[in-house]
Design a protein around this ligand. Structure first.
Ligand code: ADP
Ligand code: MG
Length: 257
């Protein structure tokens, strides 16, 4: 059965589109057939991250009954199927987001995993994006406002009948005072499926119009997203050994006979 997963967060700018695009490629690299759809119809940018802008027919045409969804599917990097939303303000007229669910149903069998990149907020477009998939993956930054928005999104998604498969903690820096994966997991009451570090290569790849995972495959965020993909595919993941603090190392050394 096809897995449908919406990537949502509540707060804007947490990294939903970055995760959706690169996760799609990482899953395809494992050998899974993936389709990724940009449901952020007002602020679409998935196509920019994937280097696939200016497509003639996009989701906006589909939602305005100007085209069939089959004609808005494009082959992207690593053969990922991409349904761009289009960034034309002109085309936003007559768009009816309610048509999304039925449009997706028509092409659901093109992939094994169908990823939907949701807009920010908890408005109508977000609710439609969430209810168009069975599963929901939350993207959270390690700060309270992001966490509180993710919590709201989680509750709403559950009310819509969505299964929250977990959270991705994105933009993690090695500074004190930030929320840890453990804290996020405890507060959201969902597993943290991946921890993606703050990585300057994310922005750099964007400048080149190429997905991070292809331009900088060994950068810290790429490595973390590949690990997330393996976890989502149910493949074994080599867990990092817990980093020991200087104090615990020192104590360990003192106590060793
Ligand atoms: P959203 O889709 O949630 O609005 P985006 O994926 O568009 O978020 O990311 C918002 C901004 O954050 C972009 O400028 C992107 O380059 C940056 N960003 C996302 N993830 C990371 C990361 N792990 N490290 C550094 N910058 C990141
Ligand atoms: Mg986005």
């Amino acid at each position: 059965m096809v897995r449908t997963i919406t990537i949502a967060s509540g707060k804007g700018g947490t990294g939903k589109t970055t995760i959706a695009a690169n996760l799609a490629i990482a899953l395809a690299d494992i050998g899974i057939k993936v389709c990724v759809l940009d449901a952020d119809i007002e602020m679409a940018n998935l196509e920019l991250i994937l280097g696939m802008e200016n497509k003639r027919i996009t989701l906006l045409d589909v939602l305005a009954d100007r085209a069939d969804i089959k004609d808005a599917i494009y082959i992207g990097p690593k053969s990922v199927l991409v349904i761009p939303s289009g960034i034309s303000l002109e085309k936003l007229r007559n768009v009816d987001p309610e048509k999304l669910k039925d449009a997706i149903k028509k092409i659901i069998d093109v992939a094994e995993i169908f990823i939907i990149d949701a807009p920010a907020g908890i408005g109508k477009d977000t609710l439609i994006a969430i209810s168009s998939a069975r599963e929901c993956l939350l993207v959270v930054n390690p700060d309270i406002s992001s966490l509180s928005d993710a919590l709201k999104t989680k509750i709403i998604a559950q009310r819509l009948g969505s299964e929250i498969i977990g959270a991705v903690l994105n933009r993690v820096e090695e500074t004190t005072g930030k929320l840890t994966a453990q804290e996020v997991s405890t507060i959201l009451e969902v597993p943290v499926m991946g921890v993606v570090p703050e990585d300057k290569n994310v922005r750099r790849a964007g400048i080149y119009g190429e997905p991070l995972i292809l331009r900088y495959p060994n950068s810290p965020a790429s490595v973390a997203i590949k690990k997330l993909a393996r976890k989502m595919a149910g493949l074994p993941v080599e867990e990092e050994r817990e980093k020991r603090s200087v104090i615990s190392k020192l104590l360990g050394g003192l106590l060793r006979k």
